[in-house]
Design a protein around this ligand. Sequence first.
Ligand SMILES: Cc1cc2nc3c(=O)[nH]c(=O)nc-3n(C[C@H](O)[C@H](O)[C@H](O)COP(=O)(O)OP(=O)(O)OC[C@H]3O[C@@H](n4cnc5c(N)ncnc54)[C@H](O)[C@@H]3O)c2cc1C
Length: 470
Amino acid sequence: MNAPLPADALSKLKAVLGPDGWSEDPDRLAPKLAEWRGRWQGWTPLLVTPRTVEEVSGVVSICAEHGVPIVPQGGNTGLVGGQIPEGELLLSMEKMRAVRDVNPADDAMVVEAGVTLLEAQAAAAAQDRLFPLSLAAEGTATVGGNISTNAGGVAVLRYGMMRDLVLGLEAVLPNGEVFRGLKRLRKDNTGYDLKQLLIGAEGTLGVVTAASLKLFPVMRSRATAVVAVEDPAKAVALLMRAKAETGGGVDAFEIMSRLGTQMVLRNIPGTRDPLPGGAYPWTVLVELASGEPRAAEAAMERLLAAALEDRLILDAAVAQSEQQARDFWRVREDQSAGQKPEGAGWKHDISAPVSQVPAMLAEATAAVERFHPGVRVTAFGHLGDGNIHYDVIMPQGADRAAFEALRDEGSRIVHDIVARYEGSISAEHGLGRMKSAEALRYKQPAQVEAMRAIRRALDPKGIMNPAVLF
Ligand SMILES: Cc1cc2nc3c(=O)[nH]c(=O)nc-3n(C[C@H](O)[C@H](O)[C@H](O)COP(=O)(O)OP(=O)(O)OC[C@H]3O[C@@H](n4cnc5c(N)ncnc54)[C@H](O)[C@@H]3O)c2cc1C
């Protein structure tokens, strides 16, 4: 699609939003049309920036009436291109940034969709509560985007995905009607749960305008360590021990391959090897937390001492200060950025049952190395919940364009292996423009037909993010 908006729709939209509520200025639009990794460059006839749920409703009603397609956008940190319009109207949530309420007695807070994840965490912390969702893009990613992608991140092991953290939603449905569902209930068995349909819908079933989110007690002690292991199977064994030792007190369990860590140390200024003594094949960042003062540190000490004695682990470094813990985390969080200067990569966001991850990784690596000798495989991420970012980087000195031309074929090899392990080809990033067609290969027909029927029922004119999902 590459056409201007119908003139009557355009004038109605401008009237609903007022002079500050829309823009056609290319400089204002440019950052919203480029994707973080540079894989998509979009186009839109109009950017709209509503300030209230009523304005969002006005925009969507006009678009429904005139059949104008819409792409909602939050922080534009999505990694599958679902937030980039290709001719659709771009609806940004940048002006809906109020924290409406934080209620410690209910362990709930209500925030608007354009609030960044970092601001939501800070609003909870100001009332001595924890909002636990955490990911590297949290300074820019919004709560609305987190909900629409059902974001995961580094604390899923203990607290679950965004889906587990939402008590209620306010949203504008594709016909412009407002769903006012900002309840704070833990229990509400009264039929289909509309909010759960909207979570992870990637903007296809409406525009999320606000959410009621679950809060938790703040932890009183925390211990962070980087642990060297021989292989992912040993890491899984360590995870089981850590869970048993702490009674479920493992906040994060993030694996990193040596190659990925080397790329970080080589390419990201200011990073340091947490275990400079040895070039270990795999490391795991383990974070334990407890409601009891000093309990996490004591548990970490017991866990690592026993694991070393039993030769389950090769080495370990425990952070001695908050700064050191941040330095450890930096090596993990910069794994993606560290790859960039190394050339093109085929990126995968895959998951499997935790017990199957070691075998799945070994099989995938053998297969891609057979397919394209010389590729450099880096694997990192949330082993604690079975989700690995599995990236195949081009051989040193290879031709970038030729390597990129093989991406679909190379990724198909990985995805077919993931499917055999009953895993997912998109564990936490969603499907977006990038993976919707590929995902159709792995979905059951009954599942696809049910999804399409739901979409048709809520959005008969097909205006909401039409290039995304099925
Ligand atoms: C460095 C980096 C690290 C990351 N780490 C993680 C990670 O650990 N775990 C993880 O899950 N993701 C991660 N991501 C991906 C990304 O941050 C998440 O997908 C995030 O949830 C997207 O939020 P956003 O506000 O940027 O959404 P956008 O990118 O703006 O949009 C994403 C999708 O949601 C839709 N959408 C956005 N807002 C709304 C709304 N209000 N109503 C309806 N639909 C909407 C869009 O149409 C699009 O389909 C990472 C990204 C980066 C750049």
